[in-house]
Every structure is written in C-alpha cells, then in structure tokens.
Write a protein that binds this ligand. Structure first.
Ligand code: GAR
Length: 216
C-alpha cells in the first residue's frame, strides 16, 4: 500500500524530524517523509534531511504570508497528506492553518493545555509541577491549541534543571511523534469537537504517583 507522504516543518536541531526519519526507515511504517521545509537557512535539521536523501527547502523568512505560500506550494508539489511541525518556532499564517486543518499536527514539550508557548520546561519547573511531558495535537489558529492526539508523561525529579528535564521530555517526544503520525496514517484518528478518538487505543491501567509510594 502507498505510504502517507508527510511534510515536516523545522526551525532548528531537528531531532524530532530524525525520529520520524528513523521510524519511516522501516518499510512497514505507514508514512514517509516527502519534504522538509525550514524557515531558517542554518537549521541543523536540514543536514538530517540531506543525509536521508529527502528533498528540503528553505522558505523566505521575510514575511509570514510569503513563507506560507512557499511552504504550501512545496507541500502540494510533494503530494503531502500530513504536515508535521517539529520544532517549528514561528507563528503560521492563519490561511495556511485553515487550508491544512485536520492535516496539520504539532509536538510541544508540555502536557497541554499547561505551559503553551516558549520555554515550556522552564514554565513547568517554575510552577512546581511533579509531572510534565509532551503533547502531539492537531493545530488550530491559537498557539499550541487544538485537539490532542497523544501525550507522554515525564516525572519531574527533585533538583531538575531546565536542560535535564528537557532532555527527558525530548526522549519521550521521539517515541510519541512517530506513534501519533502512525495513528494518523492508519486512519485511526477521529476528531469530535476538541477531542480525538483513537480507534483501537487503550488507556494504561495504572496511574503514577510522584513521588513514588515506595519512598526510600
Ligand atoms: C522540541 O522539544 C519541541 O517539542 C519543541 O522544540 C523542540 C525542537 O527540538 N517545540 C516547541 O516548543 C513548539 N512550541 P528538535 O528541533 O530537536 O525536534
């Protein structure tokens, strides 16, 4: 069966892009990365696309509408059926979000709706939460909003700093994004209002406590 073509938008390091590239290296994975688009010429993720032989472009950073038009054209030329934002750190043009609605997803390093926007891990530490994590969601016009597809929980440890927490959340992101894209590609997601029903999805049986009940 033909695999779903995914376009990935990046601004920087591209480690989530790499997780998607690695997942798609398995021929049984139902999606492939067809094009990578960066708003920054110096994004390290561009080299990851090049190394994987994936077409990649830099779209003009000058204004939002110009970026949206260039990205839209590249995505359509590549026959993309899903757009995945992976560390794309720029607000998207509203027309672009509307044109790709329900086919546009994002990953964010918090349990949304907590801590949207920049420095989500710093916000989590400042709020003193015991758990944070990451979220993959369909994109709507307002920043970091939209129906939630999947989340992963990461425990905050005593003495965590922003870098340590970010690293552990990132490891969870690298598992969560390929899972969410697979669910989309398999046609298992149904959006009902602000909720996403996952066909065949199962909730974990156990809740976690932080700190653990088994204190030392
Ligand atoms: C990731 O932690 C991603 O969740 C975050 O930027 C990082 C990109 O890393 N995105 C946002 O904060 C979007 N609101 P990467 O370039 O290595 O994938």
């Amino acid at each position: 069966m033909a695999r779903l073509k995914v376009g990935v938008l990046i601004s920087g390091r591209g480690s989530n892009l790499q997780a998607l590239i690695d997942a798609a290296a398995d021929p049984a994975y139902p999606a492939e990365i067809a094009v990578v688009i960066s708003n920054r010429r110096d994004a390290a993720g561009l080299a990851r696309a090049a190394a994987a032989g994936i077409p990649h472009i830099v779209a003009p950073e000058t204004d939002r509408a110009a970026f949206a038009a260039a990205a839209d054209r590249a995505l359509r030329d590549a026959g993309v059926g899903l757009v995945a934002l992976a560390g794309f750190m720029r607000l998207l043009d509203e027309g672009f979000v509307a044109a790709w609605t329900d086919r546009l997803v994002n990953i964010h390093p918090s349990l949304l709706p907590a801590f949207p926007g920049l420095h989500a891990q710093r916000q989590a530490l400042a709020a003193g939460v015991k758990f944070s994590g990451c979220t993959v969601h369909f994109v709507r016009a307002a920043v970091d909003t939209g129906p939630i597809i999947a989340q992963a929980v990461v425990a905050v440890a005593d003495g965590d700093d922003e870098a340590r927490l970010a690293d552990r959340i990132l490891a969870a992101e690298h598992r969560l994004y390929p899972l969410a894209v697979r669910l989309f590609a398999e046609g298992r997601l149904r959006i009902v209002g602000n909720q996403v029903a996952v066909a065949g999805g199962a909730a974990p049986a156990l809740a976690a406590l932080n700190p653990s009940e088994t204190l030392t």
